[in-house]
Every structure is written in structure tokens, then in C-alpha cells.
Design a protein around this ligand. Structure first.
Ligand code: PMP
Length: 393
């Protein structure tokens, strides 16, 4: 039977970028001890107090259909948090709760793209972005952010790609680069959106993981609130990846339509998960800092190790749970480097190429294993790179 182009074309016919990851998982299944520095999954579980709140809510009966837009309490909690962080007036009517950030990305593109519309995104990108855009029937168009510009996107590059586009998807703090967009970058992005009448979809799921500078939400820039949909999530900030709870913050009319869409797709998020989310957010930033602390620590460990060698260059690691390493001095592609490192040292890192052409010659390291093992793996990676660079020189 025929399957729709829309679903069979989600990956665009190419690889989904997860070959290395799948190979590492297959090795583990065969009993080989692989050090996994691939995916953005915390090495600590959800805090027991959040699980207790979930348990209490479920036993208390919040197990039926929950309000499709999100509970009033959670929408108000998210709105208050966003308003406090950005200074921009935000009410519950500006918020819809979603089953995680990924569903929010899909819904946001559904809200702003018609079939065959062009949707822009920045390369390097989180692996699902082009597929999300194809999945709603739109056409993804990548705008490169250059390694030479520390992966900060430039307004002129977005301008050059913007003809005929309806939206731009950005992500700061960034996965995969670990870069946090500065005020100049964001002002440039806002300018392009206004000049070309683009919606801005701002993926801010790493907003609590900022190691240098501060997180700025482009929705807070002048005249941006009416054209910006912010994607948020509990996954990274509270180590709640499996609970699937996120949100979209945007103009009321867009949120109204998104709620109608949710009625026809997800039908909301379980009530006990939403209650636990209210509980977690009400704890202030203490818990978020606790969840972010291991990554902050490991970033410092990595900076120390990387400062002692010359074959691997660290892209400024300003936020998120990843490091982007420039391994071009080895003469290898990111893919060849990651394959060889997996074969010879049983260490799995993601090839930069998995995240787009702009990240070629790089690898992404997730800081998601215990400090000692992380330090050993990074030291081994550097030794491997040094040996390869020596052969090239
Ligand atoms: N955006 C980015 C940049 C991500 O890295 C991820 C998860 N890795 C997501 C969105 C989606 O996260 P979730 O659906 O778990 O909220």
C-alpha cells in the first residue's frame, strides 16, 4: 500500500545521522564495554521529590483526560516563570503545554508553515530539525553558522537565504555546538525576521544550562513577541526526558489554534505529569542548578584537559550538555574520527556531520557520564587525536 510522501520523506532519503550511535549500541549489545558520549541523556534520574509529586497526583486521581491546553495551574506557572525571566508580559493564554519539546517543535511548524513553504534552520542543528520541517509538509532550508565565527549565526547569511521563507528556527543554548547566542547575534536574527516577515521559532530547551554569559530569549527583543514561538521543556532542565512535558509560548491567537491542533493530535499531557511539573517549577532554581551542576563541572574538567594539547580545539563551551571539538588538525572527517575512535578505544562520540555540513571536521561530546570516566575518555580522545595529527604533520 502507498504511504504518504510526507512520512516516507521525513529523513529526506538520507541517513538520520544516528549511524555511529546505532553501531555503538550494537557493540554494547554484543557485550563490548563502550564509553558512550553520544546522546543528551543525564546520568542522574529525575529527582525523587518530583517522582513523589507525580505519584501523589496519580493516586489522588489525576489520571483521566487532562485539560488539552495544559492545566490552568501549569500554564500560569510557566507564564509567570517566562515573564520573570524575560520581563515580557506573559499570561496563561500565551502558553500551551505539550508532550515535550519535540512535539512543540512539530506543532510550531504546523502552526506557521503551509505545504511546500520554506522553513529556515541553522546548521549545525539538532538532528530532528529538517525531519520535523519535512514532517509538516514544508521544505527545510539550512543556513550555515560558521566554525570561523564560533558557530554564531550571522544576519547576512540568514538574509541571503530568507527569500520565500516563512519561518526561522534557532536554538540557544545550542545543541550540538554548546554555543550561547550573544545579544548581537539575537539582534541580527530579530532584524532578519522583521525584514522578511518571518516567524521565529526559538528552541530554548537548554535555557537553564548556561556556563558563560546569560540566556537571552529573542521573544524579549523589541517587536518580537508577536512573531515568536518559544519552545521549552522539562527534559533537560529537570532531568525529566522520559516524562514528556514541554510547552510553547507565543501570541494568544497562535496558541488558540495550537490548542485546536492538540485536540486533534496529542490530546494533552497526563495530569499527574503536569502536577509534578508545577511542583518542580515551584521549587525555584535550586533543583535546576543541581541538575546542571555535573555538566558545569565536567566542562571545567574538559577545559583543563584540552588546554594541555594542540590537536583538538574546543569551540567556546558556553552552555548545554555538549562540547563541540574541532578535530580538523587530525586530517580526518568527523565521521572517520568517530568511527576510528569507536573501533580502537571503544569511545562513542557523535560525528559533527550528523548535525549538518557546517559541523564537518568536528565531533560532539555529550558530558553525560561520571566525572572520572569522562576525564579518562576525553584524555584518550586527545591522545588519539595527537597520534593522528602526528601522522598528518
Ligand atoms: N531541542 C533540542 C535542541 C534538543 O536537544 C532536544 C532533545 N535532545 C529537544 C529539542 C527535544 O527535547 P524533548 O522533546 O525531550 O523536550
Amino acid at each position: 500500500m502507498h504511504l504518504s510522501q510526507r512520512i516516507t520523506n521525513v529523513t529526506g532519503g538520507g541517513s538520520d545521522g544516528w549511524d555511529l550511535f546505532n553501531r555503538a549500541r550494537a557493540m554494547i549489545a554484543r557485550g563490548i564495554a563502550v564509553t558512550e558520549l553520544t546522546i543528551g541523556e543525564h546520568d542522574t534520574p529525575t529527582h525523587p521529590s518530583i517522582l513523589e509529586a507525580m505519584h501523589t497526583a496519580a493516586l489522588g486521581g489525576h489520571t483521566g483526560y487532562a485539560a488539552v491546553p495544559g492545566t490552568d495551574e501549569l500554564r500560569a506557572t510557566v507564564a509567570a516563570r517566562v515573564q520573570a525571566q524575560t520581563g515580557i508580559a506573559t499570561t496563561a493564554a500565551n502558553v500551551m503545554i505539550t508532550p515535550g519539546g519535540q512535539a512543540a517543535l512539530f506543532a510550531s511548524h504546523t502552526a506557521v508553515c503551509d505545504a511546500a513553504d520554506v522553513a529556515l534552520y541553522i546548521d549545525p542543528y539538532y538532528a530532528t530539525y529538517p525531519g520535523t520541517i519535512r514532517g509538516v509538509g514544508a521544505v527545510p532550508r539550512a543556513v550555515p553558522a560558521h566554525a570561523a565565527n564560533a558557530f554564531q549565526p550571522r544576519a547576512e547569511d540568514i538574509d541571503a537565504a530568507a527569500a520565500g521563507a516563512v519561518s526561522l528556527l534557532v536554538n540557544s543554548p545550542n545543541n550540538p555546538t554548546g554555543v550561547v547566542y550573544g545579544a548581537d547575534t539575537l539582534a541580527g536574527i530579530a532584524g532578519v525576521c522583521q525584514r522578511h516577515d518571518l516567524w521565529l521559532i526559538s528552541d530554548e530547551v537548554y535555557d537553564t544550562q548556561v556556563w558563560e554569559g546569560s540566556h537571552l530569549s529573542p521573544r524579549a527583543l523589541p517587536d518580537m513577541a508577536d512573531r515568536t514561538l518559544v519552545v521549552g521543556s522539562m527534559s533537560k532542565s529537570f532531568a525529566m526526558t522520559g516524562s514528556r512535558c514541554g510547552w510553547i509560548v507565543g501570541p494568544e491567537t497562535a496558541i488558540d489554534h495550537l490548542i485546536t491542533l492538540a485536540t486533534h493530535t496529542t490530546y494533552g499531557v497526563p495530569g499527574y505529569i503536569q502536577d509534578a511539573t508545577v511542583f518542580a517549577l515551584a521549587r525555584g532554581d535550586a533543583l535546576e542548578r543541581q541538575v546542571a551542576a555535573p555538566f558545569r563541572r565536567r566542562r571545567a574538567i574538559a577545559q583543563d584537559i584540552l588546554a594541555r594539547q594542540n590537536s583538538v580545539a574546543l569551540i567556546p563551551a558556553q552552555g548545554a550538555m555538549y562540547l563541540m571539538l574541532d578535530i580538523r588538525a587530525t586530517g580526518l572527517t568527523g565521521e572517520a574520527f568517530a568511527e576510528a575512535l569507536l573501533d580502537t578505544h571503544h569511545i562513542a562520540v557523535m560525528p559533527g556531520e550528523s548535525f549538518g555540513a557546517a559541523a564537518a571536521g568536528h565531533v560532539r561530546v555529550a558530558m553525560t557520564i561520571e566525572d572520572g570516566a569522562f576525564a579518562s575518555a576525553l584524555a584518550a580522545l586527545c591522545d588519539f587525536a595527537e597520534a593522528r595529527a602526528g601522522q598528518t604533520a
